[in-house]
Write a protein that binds this ligand. Structure first.
Ligand SMILES: NC(=O)C1=CN([C@@H]2O[C@H](COP(=O)(O)OP(=O)(O)OC[C@H]3O[C@@H](n4cnc5c(N)ncnc54)[C@H](OP(=O)(O)O)[C@@H]3O)[C@@H](O)[C@H]2O)C=CC1
Ligand SMILES: O=C(O)CCC(=O)C(=O)O
Length: 479
Protein backbone atom coordinates (compact mmCIF):
# COMPACT_ATOMS: atom_id res chain seq x y z
CA UNK A 1 0.00 0.00 0.00
CA UNK A 2 1.35 3.46 -0.94
CA UNK A 3 2.47 5.61 1.96
CA UNK A 4 1.10 9.17 1.81
CA UNK A 5 3.88 11.46 3.01
CA UNK A 6 3.95 14.87 4.62
CA UNK A 7 4.68 17.93 2.47
CA UNK A 8 7.49 20.08 3.82
CA UNK A 9 9.15 22.88 1.83
CA UNK A 10 7.61 21.51 -1.36
CA UNK A 11 8.90 17.94 -0.91
CA UNK A 12 6.93 14.83 0.04
CA UNK A 13 9.28 13.81 2.85
CA UNK A 14 10.45 10.35 3.91
CA UNK A 15 10.73 9.14 7.48
CA UNK A 16 8.71 8.77 10.64
CA UNK A 17 5.99 6.31 11.55
CA UNK A 18 2.83 5.64 9.59
CA UNK A 19 -0.77 5.02 10.56
CA UNK A 20 -3.62 3.17 8.86
CA UNK A 21 -6.70 5.18 7.92
CA UNK A 22 -9.68 2.91 8.72
CA UNK A 23 -13.13 3.07 7.10
CA UNK A 24 -15.73 3.39 9.91
CA UNK A 25 -18.35 1.64 7.74
CA UNK A 26 -16.06 -1.39 7.36
CA UNK A 27 -13.13 -1.71 9.71
CA UNK A 28 -11.56 -4.34 7.41
CA UNK A 29 -11.10 -1.64 4.79
CA UNK A 30 -7.86 0.36 5.10
CA UNK A 31 -8.29 3.61 3.16
CA UNK A 32 -4.53 4.20 3.05
CA UNK A 33 -1.34 4.62 5.03
CA UNK A 34 -0.36 8.08 6.17
CA UNK A 35 2.89 9.40 7.62
CA UNK A 36 3.02 10.61 11.22
CA UNK A 37 5.35 13.58 11.63
CA UNK A 38 7.46 13.93 14.77
CA UNK A 39 8.40 17.18 16.49
CA UNK A 40 11.57 17.60 14.38
CA UNK A 41 9.63 17.27 11.12
CA UNK A 42 7.06 19.76 12.42
CA UNK A 43 9.87 22.22 13.19
CA UNK A 44 11.12 21.75 9.60
CA UNK A 45 7.63 22.56 8.33
CA UNK A 46 7.65 25.73 10.45
CA UNK A 47 11.13 26.63 9.06
CA UNK A 48 9.75 26.23 5.53
CA UNK A 49 6.67 28.36 6.25
CA UNK A 50 8.84 31.09 7.79
CA UNK A 51 11.22 31.06 4.79
CA UNK A 52 8.32 31.31 2.31
CA UNK A 53 6.46 33.96 4.29
CA UNK A 54 8.08 37.14 2.94
CA UNK A 55 7.94 36.26 -0.78
CA UNK A 56 4.35 34.93 -0.55
CA UNK A 57 3.18 38.05 1.31
CA UNK A 58 4.49 40.06 -1.64
CA UNK A 59 3.27 37.69 -4.38
CA UNK A 60 1.09 39.17 -7.13
CA UNK A 61 -2.62 38.93 -6.40
CA UNK A 62 -3.14 37.50 -9.90
CA UNK A 63 -0.84 34.57 -8.99
CA UNK A 64 -2.75 33.90 -5.75
CA UNK A 65 -6.06 34.15 -7.58
CA UNK A 66 -4.97 31.76 -10.31
CA UNK A 67 -3.74 29.11 -7.84
CA UNK A 68 -6.91 29.20 -5.72
CA UNK A 69 -9.12 29.19 -8.83
CA UNK A 70 -7.21 26.22 -10.29
CA UNK A 71 -7.58 24.33 -7.00
CA UNK A 72 -11.32 25.07 -6.99
CA UNK A 73 -11.72 23.79 -10.54
CA UNK A 74 -9.76 20.61 -9.78
CA UNK A 75 -11.76 19.85 -6.60
CA UNK A 76 -15.00 20.36 -8.53
CA UNK A 77 -13.83 18.16 -11.42
CA UNK A 78 -12.97 15.38 -8.92
CA UNK A 79 -15.98 15.86 -6.63
CA UNK A 80 -17.23 12.28 -6.99
CA UNK A 81 -13.83 10.71 -6.27
CA UNK A 82 -13.03 13.09 -3.38
CA UNK A 83 -16.56 12.81 -1.97
CA UNK A 84 -16.18 9.04 -2.01
CA UNK A 85 -12.83 9.25 -0.22
CA UNK A 86 -14.41 11.56 2.37
CA UNK A 87 -17.33 9.21 3.02
CA UNK A 88 -14.98 6.25 3.17
CA UNK A 89 -12.70 7.76 5.80
CA UNK A 90 -15.24 9.77 7.88
CA UNK A 91 -18.50 7.88 7.44
CA UNK A 92 -20.95 10.53 6.28
CA UNK A 93 -23.11 9.40 3.36
CA UNK A 94 -21.87 9.68 -0.21
CA UNK A 95 -24.36 12.49 -0.96
CA UNK A 96 -23.07 14.36 2.10
CA UNK A 97 -19.44 13.65 1.14
CA UNK A 98 -19.91 14.95 -2.40
CA UNK A 99 -21.88 17.94 -1.08
CA UNK A 100 -19.05 18.82 1.31
CA UNK A 101 -16.50 18.48 -1.51
CA UNK A 102 -18.49 20.88 -3.68
CA UNK A 103 -18.58 23.27 -0.73
CA UNK A 104 -14.75 23.12 -0.55
CA UNK A 105 -14.50 23.94 -4.27
CA UNK A 106 -16.87 26.89 -3.81
CA UNK A 107 -14.81 28.19 -0.88
CA UNK A 108 -11.62 28.19 -2.98
CA UNK A 109 -13.52 29.95 -5.77
CA UNK A 110 -14.83 32.58 -3.33
CA UNK A 111 -11.35 33.32 -1.94
CA UNK A 112 -9.82 33.34 -5.45
CA UNK A 113 -12.15 36.27 -6.07
CA UNK A 114 -11.24 37.88 -2.74
CA UNK A 115 -7.57 37.99 -3.85
CA UNK A 116 -8.65 40.54 -6.46
CA UNK A 117 -10.72 42.55 -4.01
CA UNK A 118 -8.05 43.27 -1.37
CA UNK A 119 -8.67 46.86 -0.39
CA UNK A 120 -7.80 49.54 2.10
CA UNK A 121 -8.94 53.02 3.01
CA UNK A 122 -7.50 56.45 2.43
CA UNK A 123 -8.66 59.12 4.86
CA UNK A 124 -7.99 62.77 5.49
CA UNK A 125 -5.77 63.41 8.49
CA UNK A 126 -6.83 65.58 11.39
CA UNK A 127 -3.54 67.37 10.74
CA UNK A 128 -3.59 69.58 7.62
CA UNK A 129 -1.53 68.34 4.67
CA UNK A 130 -1.15 64.71 5.85
CA UNK A 131 -2.64 61.60 4.25
CA UNK A 132 -3.68 58.55 6.24
CA UNK A 133 -3.91 55.08 4.66
CA UNK A 134 -5.27 51.95 6.32
CA UNK A 135 -4.22 48.66 4.78
CA UNK A 136 -4.42 44.98 5.69
CA UNK A 137 -1.27 42.86 5.68
CA UNK A 138 -0.81 39.10 6.21
CA UNK A 139 -0.42 37.91 9.79
CA UNK A 140 2.58 35.75 8.73
CA UNK A 141 2.74 32.01 9.46
CA UNK A 142 -0.60 30.43 10.37
CA UNK A 143 -0.97 27.09 12.16
CA UNK A 144 -4.16 25.30 11.07
CA UNK A 145 -5.52 22.51 13.31
CA UNK A 146 -8.68 20.82 12.07
CA UNK A 147 -11.17 18.20 13.36
CA UNK A 148 -12.36 14.98 11.73
CA UNK A 149 -16.04 15.81 11.17
CA UNK A 150 -15.61 18.01 8.04
CA UNK A 151 -12.43 16.55 6.49
CA UNK A 152 -12.37 18.80 3.41
CA UNK A 153 -14.65 21.81 4.09
CA UNK A 154 -13.00 22.95 7.34
CA UNK A 155 -9.43 22.69 5.94
CA UNK A 156 -10.72 24.58 2.86
CA UNK A 157 -12.29 27.40 4.86
CA UNK A 158 -9.08 27.88 6.83
CA UNK A 159 -6.43 27.28 4.09
CA UNK A 160 -8.14 29.31 1.32
CA UNK A 161 -8.36 32.62 3.26
CA UNK A 162 -4.91 32.08 4.81
CA UNK A 163 -3.36 31.86 1.33
CA UNK A 164 -5.60 34.52 -0.20
CA UNK A 165 -4.46 37.14 2.31
CA UNK A 166 -0.76 36.25 1.84
CA UNK A 167 -0.01 33.95 4.79
CA UNK A 168 1.99 30.75 4.76
CA UNK A 169 0.60 27.66 6.47
CA UNK A 170 1.54 24.71 8.68
CA UNK A 171 -1.49 22.42 8.44
CA UNK A 172 -2.21 19.61 10.93
CA UNK A 173 -5.35 17.63 10.02
CA UNK A 174 -7.19 15.35 12.44
CA UNK A 175 -5.60 11.92 12.80
CA UNK A 176 -8.81 10.12 11.78
CA UNK A 177 -9.12 11.79 8.36
CA UNK A 178 -5.74 12.39 6.70
CA UNK A 179 -6.98 11.26 3.25
CA UNK A 180 -8.90 14.39 2.24
CA UNK A 181 -6.21 16.60 3.80
CA UNK A 182 -3.50 14.91 1.74
CA UNK A 183 -5.56 15.12 -1.47
CA UNK A 184 -6.30 18.82 -0.90
CA UNK A 185 -2.63 19.66 -0.31
CA UNK A 186 -1.63 17.65 -3.40
CA UNK A 187 -4.16 19.63 -5.47
CA UNK A 188 -2.80 22.97 -4.19
CA UNK A 189 0.80 21.93 -4.86
CA UNK A 190 -0.10 20.90 -8.42
CA UNK A 191 -2.02 24.17 -8.85
CA UNK A 192 1.35 25.94 -8.60
CA UNK A 193 1.72 26.95 -4.95
CA UNK A 194 5.39 27.84 -4.34
CA UNK A 195 7.42 25.54 -2.07
CA UNK A 196 6.97 26.12 1.65
CA UNK A 197 3.78 28.20 1.36
CA UNK A 198 1.60 25.27 2.48
CA UNK A 199 3.14 22.50 4.61
CA UNK A 200 1.25 19.37 5.60
CA UNK A 201 2.18 17.73 8.90
CA UNK A 202 -0.03 14.74 9.58
CA UNK A 203 0.56 13.29 13.04
CA UNK A 204 -0.78 13.33 16.56
CA UNK A 205 -2.22 16.30 18.41
CA UNK A 206 0.16 15.62 21.29
CA UNK A 207 3.27 15.88 19.07
CA UNK A 208 2.52 17.90 15.93
CA UNK A 209 -0.23 20.01 17.52
CA UNK A 210 1.86 20.77 20.61
CA UNK A 211 4.88 21.75 18.49
CA UNK A 212 2.72 24.22 16.55
CA UNK A 213 1.24 25.66 19.75
CA UNK A 214 4.65 26.01 21.45
CA UNK A 215 6.40 27.64 18.51
CA UNK A 216 7.15 31.34 18.76
CA UNK A 217 7.66 31.43 14.97
CA UNK A 218 4.00 30.78 14.24
CA UNK A 219 2.04 34.01 14.36
CA UNK A 220 -1.54 32.75 14.51
CA UNK A 221 -3.44 29.51 15.12
CA UNK A 222 -6.92 28.68 13.85
CA UNK A 223 -8.52 25.67 15.54
CA UNK A 224 -11.78 23.73 15.27
CA UNK A 225 -12.46 20.85 17.65
CA UNK A 226 -13.45 20.07 21.21
CA UNK A 227 -13.92 22.58 24.02
CA UNK A 228 -11.18 21.02 26.14
CA UNK A 229 -8.54 21.09 23.39
CA UNK A 230 -9.72 24.59 22.44
CA UNK A 231 -9.10 25.83 25.99
CA UNK A 232 -5.61 24.31 25.84
CA UNK A 233 -4.94 25.98 22.46
CA UNK A 234 -6.02 29.31 23.96
CA UNK A 235 -3.69 28.96 26.96
CA UNK A 236 -0.68 27.97 24.83
CA UNK A 237 -1.30 30.70 22.26
CA UNK A 238 -1.63 33.34 24.97
CA UNK A 239 1.62 32.16 26.56
CA UNK A 240 3.46 32.51 23.23
CA UNK A 241 1.62 35.74 22.24
CA UNK A 242 -0.06 34.28 19.13
CA UNK A 243 -3.31 35.44 17.61
CA UNK A 244 -5.88 32.63 17.82
CA UNK A 245 -9.36 31.70 16.73
CA UNK A 246 -11.39 28.80 18.16
CA UNK A 247 -14.52 27.05 16.88
CA UNK A 248 -15.70 24.46 19.39
CA UNK A 249 -18.86 22.78 20.53
CA UNK A 250 -22.55 23.45 20.48
CA UNK A 251 -25.73 22.45 22.28
CA UNK A 252 -27.88 24.00 19.65
CA UNK A 253 -31.60 24.53 20.33
CA UNK A 254 -34.38 24.03 17.79
CA UNK A 255 -37.59 25.64 19.05
CA UNK A 256 -40.83 24.23 17.66
CA UNK A 257 -43.92 26.36 18.34
CA UNK A 258 -47.59 25.30 18.22
CA UNK A 259 -48.08 27.26 14.98
CA UNK A 260 -45.23 25.51 13.15
CA UNK A 261 -45.87 23.54 9.98
CA UNK A 262 -45.52 20.01 11.42
CA UNK A 263 -43.91 18.41 8.35
CA UNK A 264 -41.33 21.21 8.12
CA UNK A 265 -40.60 21.05 11.85
CA UNK A 266 -40.01 17.29 11.70
CA UNK A 267 -37.79 17.48 8.59
CA UNK A 268 -35.77 20.36 9.97
CA UNK A 269 -35.34 18.76 13.41
CA UNK A 270 -34.44 15.26 12.17
CA UNK A 271 -32.03 16.67 9.60
CA UNK A 272 -30.41 19.06 12.11
CA UNK A 273 -30.15 16.48 14.88
CA UNK A 274 -29.23 13.28 13.10
CA UNK A 275 -27.87 13.81 9.57
CA UNK A 276 -24.10 13.51 9.23
CA UNK A 277 -24.63 11.09 12.16
CA UNK A 278 -25.18 14.11 14.46
CA UNK A 279 -21.44 14.81 14.27
CA UNK A 280 -21.74 18.52 13.60
CA UNK A 281 -21.00 21.35 15.99
CA UNK A 282 -24.17 22.91 14.58
CA UNK A 283 -26.36 19.84 15.30
CA UNK A 284 -29.76 20.49 16.92
CA UNK A 285 -29.32 18.40 20.03
CA UNK A 286 -32.09 20.16 22.04
CA UNK A 287 -35.58 20.15 20.48
CA UNK A 288 -37.60 22.62 22.55
CA UNK A 289 -41.28 22.05 21.81
CA UNK A 290 -44.40 23.86 23.04
CA UNK A 291 -47.21 21.86 24.65
CA UNK A 292 -49.84 22.12 21.89
CA UNK A 293 -47.70 20.43 19.22
CA UNK A 294 -45.47 18.30 21.49
CA UNK A 295 -47.15 14.89 21.20
CA UNK A 296 -47.82 15.16 17.45
CA UNK A 297 -44.23 16.30 16.90
CA UNK A 298 -42.69 13.45 18.90
CA UNK A 299 -44.87 10.83 17.15
CA UNK A 300 -44.01 12.22 13.69
CA UNK A 301 -40.27 12.39 14.51
CA UNK A 302 -40.30 8.72 15.55
CA UNK A 303 -42.13 7.76 12.34
CA UNK A 304 -39.52 9.67 10.34
CA UNK A 305 -36.63 8.04 12.25
CA UNK A 306 -38.10 4.59 11.58
CA UNK A 307 -37.89 5.32 7.83
CA UNK A 308 -34.17 6.15 7.88
CA UNK A 309 -31.54 3.58 6.92
CA UNK A 310 -28.42 3.50 9.07
CA UNK A 311 -25.83 1.65 7.02
CA UNK A 312 -22.55 1.74 5.09
CA UNK A 313 -21.89 5.36 4.07
CA UNK A 314 -21.15 4.31 0.48
CA UNK A 315 -24.26 2.21 0.01
CA UNK A 316 -27.20 3.48 -2.06
CA UNK A 317 -30.17 4.32 0.14
CA UNK A 318 -28.19 5.01 3.32
CA UNK A 319 -29.49 8.09 5.14
CA UNK A 320 -27.17 7.96 8.15
CA UNK A 321 -23.66 6.53 8.10
CA UNK A 322 -21.66 5.10 11.00
CA UNK A 323 -20.16 6.95 13.95
CA UNK A 324 -16.57 7.94 13.19
CA UNK A 325 -14.78 5.46 15.48
CA UNK A 326 -15.04 3.21 18.51
CA UNK A 327 -14.15 5.91 21.02
CA UNK A 328 -16.80 8.34 19.70
CA UNK A 329 -19.34 5.48 19.71
CA UNK A 330 -18.42 4.73 23.33
CA UNK A 331 -18.94 8.42 24.16
CA UNK A 332 -22.39 8.37 22.48
CA UNK A 333 -23.37 5.22 24.40
CA UNK A 334 -22.09 6.71 27.65
CA UNK A 335 -24.39 9.72 27.21
CA UNK A 336 -27.35 7.49 26.26
CA UNK A 337 -26.84 5.67 29.56
CA UNK A 338 -26.49 9.00 31.42
CA UNK A 339 -29.79 10.14 29.89
CA UNK A 340 -31.55 6.97 31.04
CA UNK A 341 -30.02 7.27 34.52
CA UNK A 342 -31.18 10.90 34.72
CA UNK A 343 -34.77 9.73 34.13
CA UNK A 344 -35.20 10.75 30.49
CA UNK A 345 -37.37 8.46 28.35
CA UNK A 346 -35.53 6.85 25.42
CA UNK A 347 -38.41 7.15 22.93
CA UNK A 348 -36.49 5.74 19.95
CA UNK A 349 -33.19 4.07 19.09
CA UNK A 350 -29.91 4.23 20.95
CA UNK A 351 -28.72 0.67 20.27
CA UNK A 352 -25.69 -0.57 18.33
CA UNK A 353 -26.59 -2.07 14.96
CA UNK A 354 -25.01 -4.92 13.03
CA UNK A 355 -24.67 -4.50 9.28
CA UNK A 356 -23.06 -6.57 6.50
CA UNK A 357 -19.67 -5.06 7.28
CA UNK A 358 -18.10 -4.47 10.71
CA UNK A 359 -18.60 -0.77 11.46
CA UNK A 360 -19.61 1.68 14.20
CA UNK A 361 -23.37 1.70 13.61
CA UNK A 362 -25.73 3.35 16.08
CA UNK A 363 -29.50 3.72 15.78
CA UNK A 364 -30.23 7.47 16.26
CA UNK A 365 -31.47 8.07 19.80
CA UNK A 366 -34.37 10.38 20.65
CA UNK A 367 -35.02 11.20 24.31
CA UNK A 368 -38.29 12.72 25.52
CA UNK A 369 -39.48 13.90 28.95
CA UNK A 370 -36.15 15.63 29.51
CA UNK A 371 -35.29 18.81 31.37
CA UNK A 372 -32.73 21.39 30.37
CA UNK A 373 -30.81 20.70 33.58
CA UNK A 374 -29.92 17.14 32.53
CA UNK A 375 -26.34 16.46 31.43
CA UNK A 376 -27.56 15.23 28.03
CA UNK A 377 -28.93 18.75 27.50
CA UNK A 378 -25.89 20.59 28.82
CA UNK A 379 -22.87 18.70 27.43
CA UNK A 380 -22.02 18.13 23.77
CA UNK A 381 -22.47 14.45 22.86
CA UNK A 382 -21.38 14.81 19.21
CA UNK A 383 -23.39 11.88 17.94
CA UNK A 384 -26.89 10.95 16.75
CA UNK A 385 -28.46 11.69 20.13
CA UNK A 386 -31.10 14.42 20.68
CA UNK A 387 -33.61 15.36 23.38
CA UNK A 388 -37.08 16.83 23.35
CA UNK A 389 -37.75 19.43 26.07
CA UNK A 390 -41.42 20.26 26.61
CA UNK A 391 -42.19 23.95 27.33
CA UNK A 392 -45.33 25.99 28.00
CA UNK A 393 -44.97 28.82 25.50
CA UNK A 394 -42.61 30.90 23.37
CA UNK A 395 -41.19 32.87 26.31
CA UNK A 396 -40.19 29.70 28.13
CA UNK A 397 -38.81 28.24 24.88
CA UNK A 398 -36.56 31.28 24.36
CA UNK A 399 -35.35 31.18 27.98
CA UNK A 400 -34.51 27.45 27.71
CA UNK A 401 -32.85 27.95 24.31
CA UNK A 402 -30.53 30.58 25.79
CA UNK A 403 -29.87 28.64 29.03
CA UNK A 404 -26.65 26.98 27.87
CA UNK A 405 -22.92 27.61 28.03
CA UNK A 406 -22.80 27.37 24.21
CA UNK A 407 -24.02 29.78 21.53
CA UNK A 408 -23.18 28.56 18.04
CA UNK A 409 -26.41 28.04 16.12
CA UNK A 410 -30.12 28.11 16.99
CA UNK A 411 -33.39 27.62 15.16
CA UNK A 412 -37.11 28.15 15.37
CA UNK A 413 -40.00 26.57 13.45
CA UNK A 414 -43.00 28.88 13.40
CA UNK A 415 -45.37 30.54 10.96
CA UNK A 416 -45.47 33.67 13.12
CA UNK A 417 -43.44 36.63 11.90
CA UNK A 418 -43.66 38.09 15.39
CA UNK A 419 -41.99 35.09 17.07
CA UNK A 420 -39.50 34.58 14.23
CA UNK A 421 -38.41 38.23 14.48
CA UNK A 422 -38.21 38.14 18.27
CA UNK A 423 -36.15 34.93 18.18
CA UNK A 424 -33.71 36.33 15.61
CA UNK A 425 -33.21 39.36 17.87
CA UNK A 426 -32.98 37.62 21.24
CA UNK A 427 -31.42 34.23 20.58
CA UNK A 428 -27.91 34.18 22.09
CA UNK A 429 -26.27 32.43 19.15
CA UNK A 430 -23.93 33.40 16.33
CA UNK A 431 -26.25 31.93 13.67
CA UNK A 432 -30.06 31.80 13.76
CA UNK A 433 -32.26 29.76 11.42
CA UNK A 434 -36.00 30.18 10.84
CA UNK A 435 -37.80 27.07 9.52
CA UNK A 436 -34.35 25.66 8.58
CA UNK A 437 -32.00 23.16 10.26
CA UNK A 438 -29.41 24.59 12.67
CA UNK A 439 -26.73 22.78 10.63
CA UNK A 440 -25.79 23.37 7.01
CA UNK A 441 -24.55 26.88 6.31
CA UNK A 442 -23.63 29.00 3.28
CA UNK A 443 -19.95 29.40 2.45
CA UNK A 444 -19.86 33.15 1.69
CA UNK A 445 -21.16 34.55 5.00
CA UNK A 446 -19.73 34.58 8.54
CA UNK A 447 -19.65 31.35 10.54
CA UNK A 448 -19.17 31.28 14.31
CA UNK A 449 -20.78 31.60 17.69
CA UNK A 450 -20.84 33.13 21.14
CA UNK A 451 -20.18 32.06 24.73
CA UNK A 452 -18.29 28.74 25.00
CA UNK A 453 -18.71 27.88 21.30
CA UNK A 454 -16.24 30.24 19.72
CA UNK A 455 -13.45 32.62 20.46
CA UNK A 456 -12.03 35.32 18.22
CA UNK A 457 -13.25 36.71 14.95
CA UNK A 458 -15.60 34.94 12.55
CA UNK A 459 -14.60 32.42 9.89
CA UNK A 460 -15.73 32.40 6.25
CA UNK A 461 -16.88 35.06 3.84
CA UNK A 462 -15.26 38.50 3.90
CA UNK A 463 -15.24 38.42 7.73
CA UNK A 464 -12.35 35.93 7.51
CA UNK A 465 -10.03 38.85 6.69
CA UNK A 466 -10.19 39.92 10.33
CA UNK A 467 -8.27 36.85 11.49
CA UNK A 468 -5.88 36.34 8.56
CA UNK A 469 -4.72 39.95 8.32
CA UNK A 470 -3.30 42.63 10.55
CA UNK A 471 -4.15 46.30 10.06
CA UNK A 472 -1.54 48.94 9.27
CA UNK A 473 -2.13 52.69 9.52
CA UNK A 474 0.34 54.77 7.48
CA UNK A 475 0.74 58.56 7.68
CA UNK A 476 2.35 60.57 4.86
CA UNK A 477 3.45 64.17 4.73
CA UNK A 478 3.90 64.78 0.99
CA UNK A 479 6.98 67.00 0.48
N1 LIG B 1 -17.08 21.41 17.34
C1 LIG B 1 -16.53 20.65 16.44
O1 LIG B 1 -16.52 20.97 15.28
C2 LIG B 1 -15.91 19.40 16.88
C3 LIG B 1 -16.07 18.95 18.17
N2 LIG B 1 -15.50 17.79 18.55
C4 LIG B 1 -15.71 17.33 19.92
O2 LIG B 1 -14.50 16.88 20.43
C5 LIG B 1 -14.62 15.52 20.89
C6 LIG B 1 -13.32 14.80 20.69
O3 LIG B 1 -12.98 14.80 19.33
P1 LIG B 1 -11.48 14.99 18.92
O4 LIG B 1 -11.29 14.77 17.49
O5 LIG B 1 -10.62 14.16 19.82
O6 LIG B 1 -11.29 16.56 19.20
P2 LIG B 1 -9.99 17.32 19.53
O7 LIG B 1 -10.33 18.69 19.97
O8 LIG B 1 -9.13 16.51 20.40
O9 LIG B 1 -9.26 17.37 18.09
C7 LIG B 1 -9.35 18.45 17.19
C8 LIG B 1 -7.96 18.69 16.56
O10 LIG B 1 -7.05 19.09 17.59
C9 LIG B 1 -5.92 18.21 17.58
N3 LIG B 1 -5.35 18.12 18.92
C10 LIG B 1 -5.64 17.23 19.90
N4 LIG B 1 -4.89 17.47 21.00
C11 LIG B 1 -4.10 18.53 20.70
C12 LIG B 1 -3.10 19.25 21.41
N5 LIG B 1 -2.74 18.93 22.65
N6 LIG B 1 -2.51 20.29 20.81
C13 LIG B 1 -2.85 20.64 19.56
N7 LIG B 1 -3.77 19.98 18.82
C14 LIG B 1 -4.40 18.96 19.38
C15 LIG B 1 -6.48 16.91 17.06
O11 LIG B 1 -5.44 16.06 16.63
P3 LIG B 1 -5.66 14.46 16.60
O12 LIG B 1 -6.76 14.21 15.66
O13 LIG B 1 -4.35 13.97 16.11
O14 LIG B 1 -5.98 14.06 18.01
C16 LIG B 1 -7.37 17.42 15.95
O15 LIG B 1 -6.60 17.75 14.82
C17 LIG B 1 -15.78 14.98 20.11
O16 LIG B 1 -16.36 13.91 20.74
C18 LIG B 1 -16.66 16.18 20.05
O17 LIG B 1 -17.36 16.28 21.27
C19 LIG B 1 -14.74 17.08 17.68
C20 LIG B 1 -14.55 17.46 16.40
C21 LIG B 1 -15.15 18.67 15.89
O1 LIG C 1 -23.26 22.92 9.75
C1 LIG C 1 -22.36 23.19 8.98
O2 LIG C 1 -22.57 23.44 7.78
C2 LIG C 1 -20.94 23.29 9.47
C3 LIG C 1 -20.73 22.55 10.76
C4 LIG C 1 -19.35 22.57 11.24
O3 LIG C 1 -18.55 23.36 10.82
C5 LIG C 1 -18.90 21.61 12.26
O4 LIG C 1 -19.68 20.78 12.69
O5 LIG C 1 -17.71 21.65 12.63
Amino acid sequence: MTLHRNLIAGDWVEGGNASDNINPSNTNDVVGQFAMADAAATEQAIDAAVAASHPWARSPIQQRHDILAAASAEIMARKDELGRLLSREEGKTLAEGIGETIRAAQIFDFFAGECLRLSGEKLASTRPGLDVEITREPVGVVGIITPWNFPIAIPAWKIAPALCYGNTVVFKPAGLVPGCAWALVDILKKAGLPDGVLNLVMGSGGTVGETILSSTRINAVTFTGSVSTGAHVAAKCSATMKKYQLEMGGKNPMVVLDDADLATAVDVSVNGAFFSTGQRCTASSRLIVTEGIHDKFVAACIEKLKSLNVDDALKDGTHIGPVVDESQLAQDEKYIQIGKDEGAKLAWGGERLNRETPGFYLQPALFTETTNAMRINREEVFGPVASVIRVKDYDEALAVANDTSFGLSSGICTSSLKYASDFKRNSEAGMVMVNLPTAGVDYHVPFGGRKGSSYGSREQGRYAAEFYTTVKTAYTLPI
